[in-house]
Structures are given as C-alpha cells and as structure tokens.
Design a binder for this molecule. Structure first.
Ligand code: C5P
Length: 235
C-alpha cells in the first residue's frame, strides 16, 4: 500500500477523448503530479486510458465513486485494483457493509493495493437538497459523521471540500487522507467552483492531496502552472 508520498497534486483529466487527455498528460510530469480519471473519460475510453496514463509513469486516481450493494461494489473496486490504479473511491453513504466489503476485496489483491477513499457529501448538495433526500443533519455534521464511518470501516481517507478540512483534520488520525477539490491558486479564475481555497492554505489546514483541473489543464503552459502551484505551497 502507498499511503503517502511527496506528490500532493492530482490533476483532473476532465476530457471527452483519449487523444486530448494523453496530450495533456504528456505535458505534465509524473514526478510532480498524479492524474485523476473520472466518469466521462473512463466511460468513453475504458480501461485503455488508465493503461496509457500509467504507461507514461503516472499514478492514477480512478474517480468513479462506486455506490452499490456490497458484493457489486467490492468487485468493482477489485477490478480497479487489477487495473493498477493508485487510488479509487466509493460513496460513504453506501454504508458500512459496502465499504467493508470494498476494503476486504482489496486485501485479496496481490501487490500494492490502491488507496480506498470515501466520498462524504457531494459539495453540489445544499441544505434543502439534503432535507429533500430525508437527511436530518446539515452538511457539515453529516460530512463529519460519514468521515467517522469511513475511517471505522478501515478506508484510507475521504474526499471533502477544503472548508471541511480543518474540522476533519482535528477529529481524525493524522494518517487519514483528506483529498480536496475546489482549489484555486490566488491568480486563477474560480470557474464554476463556489467555495475555493488556495493550495497553500488547504495544505496548511491539513489537506493531504489537492485535486486541481482547469488552473493547470486550461493553462497555455500546464507544467509551468503546476510548478507555480507547487512553489506556492512551499512558502
Ligand atoms: O477544474 P477544477 O479544478 O474545478 O476540477 C476539479 C475536479 O474535482 C473536477 O474533476 C471535479 O469533477 C472534481 N470535484 C469537484 N468537487 C467535488 C468533487 C469532485 O470539483 N466536490
């Protein structure tokens, strides 16, 4: 298992075709970032895109947010592990039995197992959405509850918003990974992200990995943008 490393940035390859995604990956450096492959790219390109990015030397976070009955979820996580991904995630709201089944499936995988991460509450859900879904708690206590459940099921960490990092870091074991999107360097556009934080501040508050897309991938000089973010984190 690879629990932590010096590379803190995960670049989101949010593309609809393999050619563009690979062109971007080739402009980056696997010594400086990992890559995130999400639902669109994976659904269009399949496991080949994982193989191609791994062949370039990158560690891959397969962001498919599995959520199903325990057996199905466990088999999906196992399939991801057999693809050689470095990180994979499941919805914590799938419950204890599902998360434990996923965790146990990884114990049977030979070689380094991927990090298994829980998704707490989607940041797109507002209080009224949670209420409509029947959740009695507001977002922050619900995130804390799901993070506790995730940890108790033996998962390696959670995806959370940067605004939740401080609270979760205070409550958790220091090895518990906090993976945060919604990161913007001081000079970048917010795009459609509502609540953003700079890379330096997110790391200062206890974020383990920063998921960053457009500030790097829409830059005319992606590697320079990545280097500038890394330097800003060292200050
Ligand atoms: O381009 P940007 O930096 O906004 O990309 C952030 C990435 O993190 C995207 O792939 C997005 O889907 C993902 N993400 C997010 N907010 C969440 C969960 C995932 O922005 N709550």
């Amino acid at each position: 298992m690879r629990k932590s490393d010096d590379v803190k940035i995960i670049v989101a390859l949010d593309y609809s075709c393999a050619e563009t995604a690979i062109l971007m990956a080739k402009q980056l450096d696997p010594g400086k970032c990992h890559l995130k492959i999400g639902k669109e790219l994976f659904t269009r390109c399949g496991p080949a895109i994982v193989e191609q990015t791994r062949a370039l030397g990158f560690e891959v976070f397969l962001d498919l947010k599995f959520h199903d009955i325990p057996n199905t979820c466990a088999q999906a996580v196992r399939a991801a592990a057999e693809l050689g991904v470095w990180m994979v995630n499941v919805h914590a709201s799938g419950g204890r039995a599902m998360m434990m089944a996923a965790r146990e499936a990884l114990e049977k995988v030979s070689g380094a197992r991927p990090l298994l991460i829980g998704v707490t509450v989607l940041t797109s859900l507002e209080s009224r959405d949670l209420e409509e879904l029947g959740f009695a708690e507001r977002s922050t206590p619900l995130v804390a509850r799901l993070a506790t459940l995730t940890e108790s099921c033996g998962l390696d960490g959670v995806v959370c918003s940067p605004q939740e990092v401080k609270l979760l870091r205070e409550q958790r074991n220091k090895d518990f990974l906090l993976v945060t999107p919604g990161i913007r360097p001081q000079t970048a556009e917010a795009d459609d992200q509502k609540r953003i934080m700079t890379p330096a501040e997110a790391v200062r508050q206890g974020s383990s990995y920063l998921v960053i897309g457009r500030p790097i991938t829409q830059s005319r000089t992606p590697l320079l943008a990545l280097d500038n973010i890394i330097s800003s984190m060292a200050i």
